[in-house]
Design a protein around this ligand. Structure first.
Ligand SMILES: [Zn+2]
Length: 105
């Protein structure tokens, strides 16, 4: 078992989401410290941060690739994009063109 990533305390939903995404790819992960939110204040803050562990060592390099791609994808969503249909520019958080409704590629 190898530690893939330590998430920030406030990234807890993201950690759960990534675990599901990796599970769909056949990579089993274990999420640690994901149930301690009620204990904040009683234990050191750093121990509250969710940790994603890859159970199968052989799947670890693949999991790292997915993590990297996933974060890169996440950043891409922040940048604006040009509609392939009408050419209007939409903000990164829109999944479809604000002008003509064409889906983002
Ligand atoms: Zn458009």
């Amino acid at each position: 078992m190898k530690k893939l990533h330590i998430f920030n305390y406030w990234d807890r939903p993201q950690a759960g989401l990534l675990k599901e995404i990796l599970a769909k790819e056949g990579i089993k992960c274990s999420l640690r410290n994901d149930q301690l939110s009620s204990a904040v204040g009683e234990i050191p803050f750093v121990e509250c941060c969710p940790e994603l562990w890859v159970i199968d060592d052989e799947a670890f390099p693949r999991a790292q690739m997915f993590l990297k791609a996933w974060f890169a994808n996440d950043n891409r969503l922040e940048s604006s994009w040009d509609c392939p249909t009408c050419g209007e520019r939409s903000e990164g958080h829109f999944g479809a063109c604000w002008s003509c409704g064409a889906l983002r590629e």
